[in-house]
Write a protein that binds this ligand. Structure first.
Ligand code: SAH
Length: 231
């Protein structure tokens, strides 16, 4: 799929945004020769699996309503960076525990002149206790970072009460999603719905969780525990 075909997916993208996404693609692929941020080296495959896949989040009303979005475990900038290219009026906080990948993200954001991107080098478990970030976001998202239960402990502490967490998951994640129900209720979340993304063959769905309560102070637990001993 070409970037200009995105409009057909319901993602409103003008020529300027498509060009910015194209430049972003070139910059990341160039960086990728030096620092491994993605296994995908082919440009078209990169556009399909990283750029367009990321932009599918924009279909959710929860995304459209949010002015500030945190992307946990952004790696080489997905889904946060493509979204920031297309939605300059929304603020994006891109978090990852690995600093070298974030160098690629911040360098790319800077070269593209994106003033709506903030990059934070931290582990979810530590940043989730920081008052400046805790329960401060109307929407938190995450792609390919951890199983749903662990992911809820990484992400729900950042969501404002009444806000949402939207996880990129695969179509075969039903057991994983069901297995996170305890984690959800402990952390103040409630599964709203799962949303097929509408792209044939992409295999991705969104799991949308609403933050209906507050997250107890003891969560997130100390670094490593959410993945070692999922709730
Ligand atoms: N979201 C990106 C990257 C997925 S790879 C994409 O879809 O392409 C998973 C990323 O999550 C890695 O970059 C890893 O450093 C990060 N990560 C894993 N556990 C984390 C944690 N506890 N806190 C912050 N980042 C974490």
């Amino acid at each position: 799929m070409e970037l200009r075909e995105l409009a057909e997916l319901g993602v409103a993208i003008g020529a300027e945004e498509a060009e910015r996404l194209g430049s972003m693609t070139d910059m990341i692929l160039e960086w990728n020769k030096v620092i491994n941020v993605t296994a995908i080296r082919d440009r078209q495959e990169f556009i399909d699996k990283n750029v367009i896949d990321s932009l599918l989040l924009a279909d959710l009303p929860e995304f459209q309503a949010a002015d500030r979005i945190l992307d946990m475990g952004t790696g080489g900038g997905f889904p946060g960076l493509p979204l920031a290219c297309v939605f300059p009026d929304k603020q994006f906080v891109l978090v990852d525990a690995v600093g070298k990948k974030l160098r690629v993200v911040s360098d790319t954001a800077e070269k593209l002149g994106l003033s709506n991107v903030t990059v934070v080098h931290a582990r979810a478990e530590d940043l989730g206790r920081d008052k400046a970030y805790r329960e401060a976001f109307p929407l938190v998202t995450s792609r390919a970072v951890a199983n749903m239960s662990t992911l809820c402990e990484y992400c729900l502490p950042f969501v404002k009460k009444g806000g949402y967490f939207a996880a990129f998951k695969t179509e075969d994640s039903a057991d994983e999603i069901a297995g996170a129900s305890r984690a959800l209720s402990i952390l103040g979340g409630e599964t709203e719905r799962t949303v097929p993304d509408g792209i044939e063959g992409s295999g991705h769905i969104f799991v949308v969780v609403k933050k209906t309560g507050n997250c107890p102070q003891k969560y997130p637990r100390k670094a490593g525990l959410p993945s070692k001993e999922p709730l």
